[in-house]
Design a protein around this ligand. Structure first.
Ligand code: ZN
Length: 61
């Protein structure tokens, strides 16, 4: 399964969806990545999004 679950903070459950010849990363928060030719690239986008969201949440106020 192409799902990356984040343990803490809000849910960022990312998946990859195929759209024609392209693959797009999507997240449960509503985020959507750019269309990629390779699924591996879409998964990288998803991982980067989830990682950024997690690091942003852990930033002290
Ligand atoms: Zn998200």
């Amino acid at each position: 399964m192409d799902v990356v679950a984040q343990q803490d903070g809000q849910d960022h459950l990312t998946t990859t969806t195929e759209q024609g010849r392209f693959c797009v990363a999507r997240c449960s928060c509503g985020w959507r990545g750019p269309a990629r030719r390779a699924r591996s690239q879409a998964r990288t986008d998803a991982a980067a999004h989830a990682g950024q969201a997690a690091s942003a949440e852990s930033e002290p106020l």
